[in-house]
Design a protein around this ligand. Structure first.
Ligand code: NAG
Ligand code: NAG
Ligand code: NAG
Ligand code: NAG
Length: 342
């Protein structure tokens, strides 16, 4: 054996035992409840905690809320993952309803988003976001979860379900993105500088215009404004340029990392909750018309995904868009609780 190979093997043998414990590294701290936290000035409904750990040779913090059961505890833990244009706080009404049912509810801001660290540079992958989430759960001593993900959080939840199936009691995907491979359907590549330039000019007007046509079936209700303002606050906040850059990186991540080819491998009991009138598709805005026409047909995509996943149920909302939990909270939560109780 060549000396170099021997040396590499020796290092691998020394490191291997520590890798088992790597996920436990990190500490939990309380965050200030009011004011700016990593570029977000939005006040969250429960105390914010920080999971402080080292990732990719940087010190980072993931902000999260840990909501106690409000009713008789049922011994279960629900973990909710936000979409790209949302935050942990967007899950407030869902968390209250689950807590009333006896769930402990963990609401997470992913690295790069909302109240979590905005790295100047980070190798975003769905695996890394899943690993970070799993590491937090290790630090909290939580073994099994009900994982609920919306939009990009749904796509991340699919990856999480592929990586850590043994930890998932059930998986709920609310209008997840990634039910198709946009680049394979013809979405042209956009470099990160160009994505960044578009992110950097985001404000209330641009965010609302996008969400109205893409998420909310061309309608608008005053109750949607809070989430637009929450996001516009970060784009205008103390970490604005870094946030815009991180958002460009996460768009590139989602475009580059399809999950659709692995649906057949997804083991957990799964529920797809799909607003059929959603037309979200990454890159649609910069695609030629013939490509645009192929993208984001959730009335078709939901059925295809449910058929491809071995253990999935499908609940469709024919008149709702990308965020059924925001557009029709009562209808959405009734269906969610109904499925969870079966
Ligand atoms: C946060 O919001 C409050 C209330 O709107 C404001 O007084 C404060 O200056 C803001 N802080 C930052 C850092 O944006
Ligand atoms: C926010 O993030 C930075 C690093 O990205 C970190 O140094 C800082 O402590 C974080 N928290 C606050 C409260 O600023
Ligand atoms: C966790 O979930 C897995 C998969 O559903 C199951 O086999 C296991 O018994 C569960 N463990 C606990 C402690 O509930
Ligand atoms: C957002 O930016 C656009 C153009 O960059 C501008 O026309 C619009 O007034 C801005 N909206 C807000 C709320 O600042």
């Amino acid at each position: 054996m060549k000396p170099l190979t021997t040396a590499i093997l020796a290092v691998a043998c020394v490191l291997a035992p520590f890798q088992v414990f790597a996920q436990a590294i990190g500490t939990i701290a309380n965050a200030p409840q009011d004011g700016d936290l990593n570029g977000s000035n939005f006040t969250y409904p429960w105390p914010v905690k920080l999971f402080q750990f080292s990732s990719q040779l940087q010190d980072v913090e993931m902000a999260f809320m840990d909501v106690n059961p409000a009713g008789e505890p049922n011994g279960r833990v629900a973990v909710c993952l936000h979409g790209k244009n949302f935050c942990a706080a967007t899950w407030e009404s869902t968390a209250r309803i689950l807590a009333d049912q006896g769930y402990r509810v963990i609401l997470i801001d992913q690295i790069g988003f909302c109240k979590s660290t905005k790295p100047k540079s980070y190798q975003y992958t769905l695996q890394q976001l899943s690993y970070n989430t799993n590491s937090l759960l290790h630090a909290l001593g939580i073994a099994n979860i009900t994982l609920i993900g919306h939009s990009l959080g749904g796509m991340t939840s699919i990856r999480y379900g592929l990586l850590y199936p043994e930890t998932i009691n059930e998986l709920v995907l609310v209008n997840p993105i990634g039910l198709e491979d946009w680049k394979a359907l013809g979405v042209p590549y956009r470099n990160i500088e160009t994505l960044y330039a578009a992110e950097a000019v985001s404000n209330y007007t641009t965010i609302r215009a996008y969400q109205q046509v893409t998420y909310y079936v061309n309608t608008w209700d005053a109750s949607y404004d809070v989430w637009v303002n929450m996001l516009a606050n970060i784009y205008a906040g103390t970490e604005a340029p870094t946030f815009a850059f991180d958002q460009a990186l996460t768009t590139d991540m989602a475009l580059s990392a399809p999950v659709v080819y692995e649906f057949g491998l997804l083991k957990p009991r799964t529920l797809l909750m799909i607003g059929d009138r959603d037309n979200t598709a990454l890159g649609k805005q910069w695609s030629p018309p013939e490509v645009q026409g192929k993208l984001g047909h959730y009335d078709v995509l939901g059925k295809q995904a449910a058929a491809a996943m071995p253990n999935a149920d499908l609940i469709e909302f024919p008149d709702l868009g990308h965020a059924p939990q925001i557009q029709d909270p009562d209808g959405f939560h009734a269906k969610l609780l109904g499925w969870l109780s079966t």
